[in-house]
Design a protein around this ligand. Structure first.
Ligand code: PMP
Length: 314
């Protein structure tokens, strides 16, 4: 990807990507002492509009992650929303985008700790296409890696260093011929995918691990619970889930900013349903895609219109 023409936000300034560099010994790079967000923007050519999805929820989660890590964000959620809109405008994006805000320990010295190390903040927006091909059910496996436990480093915070856990699981899965991994908690209950929450459907009810199961409290997860209840009349039970329930499920799907809603076709070589994307998954996915591209007015409050916002403030 050619990043050289991208405008980023770093040290409270708008800079060219090439100008905004960090040094080799940067704490966040050496020790993973950072936290971040991933935000999607959907470009709708017919409207010539870029829709940023659930900006407020993402920045509120970033603030929570920073608090857990005793890091200082030094921007309010409203300021972060304004900066993100401005970044998209400055880059004149007319494509789907992925926005990566992050706060990190910025000192260039040696010594692992959180205290007495200054924090820095940046936002990098990049053009973005598809993360996983959602056109078919994914072939997934239960990982041999366990999800980090909250007593080790809290997964409800989106902590940079915690993604070692995800990367180990994802590469093991892909190198063994699968599309994605499902991680279990230390106690053997289902947690989540490498960068997705997980749902299963059985007898007209959705199930997903509750927030005490070492999962990230996904923004998409929350959206899906809401639209399943309000639009399809399908309740979601949040509770601990056994591995065997994955094999017994009629449908399984992942949710996440990058993947949207993504059906699972098989788990550990056992077919899920008829191996294709299940009917509840398909309905949720279609509805979600309509919502994030501004075609469901009831959900307009989930979206920030970049180009319309520019006209209002001009
Ligand atoms: N779990 C993990 C570990 C993730 O990295 C992500 C992606 N942010 C998710 C779940 C899904 O969260 P969201 O819907 O907020 O993107």
């Amino acid at each position: 990807m050619d990043l050289s023409s991208i405008t980023v936000y770093a040290d409270r300034r708008f800079l060219n990507y090439e100008e905004a560099k960090v040094g080799l010994l940067t704490h966040g790079l050496q020790y993973g002492t950072g936290c971040f967000e991933g935000i999607r923007g959907y470009w709708v050519p017919e409207e010539r509009e870029l829709f940023l999805v659930q900006l407020r929820d993402h920045f509120e989660r970033l603030a929570t992650s920073a608090k857990i890590m005793t890091m200082e964000l030094r921007h309010t959620v409203d300021e972060l929303i304004d900066v993100t809109i401005e970044l998209c405008l400055r880059n004149r994006y007319e494509s789907h985008v992925y926005v990566r805000p992050f706060v990190y320990k910025a000192a260039e010295d040696v010594g692992v700790r959180l205290h007495n190390v200054p924090d820095a903040f940046a936002i990098v927006p990049i053009p973005f296409a598809q993360y996983i091909d959602a056109g078919r059910g994914l072939d997934v496996c239960v990982s041999s890696w366990r999800r980090a436990d909250d007593t080790m480093a809290p997964p409800r915070a989106k902590i940079t260093g915690l993604y070692v856990n995800s990367a180990l699981a994802k590469s093991e899965a892909v190198q063994n011929g699968y599309d994605e991994a499902i991680l279990l908690s230390h106690d053997g209950h289902v947690a989540e995918g490498s960068a997705e929450n997980i749902f299963l459907a059985r007898r007209g009810v959705l199930y997903t691990p509750d927030p005490s199961q070492n999962v990230l409290e996904g923004v998409t997860r929350r959206s899906v619970i809401e639209i399943a209840r309000d639009e399809l009349g399908i309740p979601t039970v949040e509770r601990s889930i056994d591995r065997g329930e994955l094999y017994a499920a009629e449908e399984v799907f992942f949710t996440g900013t990058a993947v949207g809603i993504c059906g699972v076709g098989s788990i550990d070589r056992r077919q899920v349903g008829d191996g294709d994307i299940g009917p509840i998954t398909a309905r949720l996915s279609e509805l979600y895609n309509r919502i994030v591209t501004g075609r469901e007015p009831r959900y307009e409050s989930w979206l920030t219109r970049v180009y319309a916002s520019a006209k209002i403030s001009a």
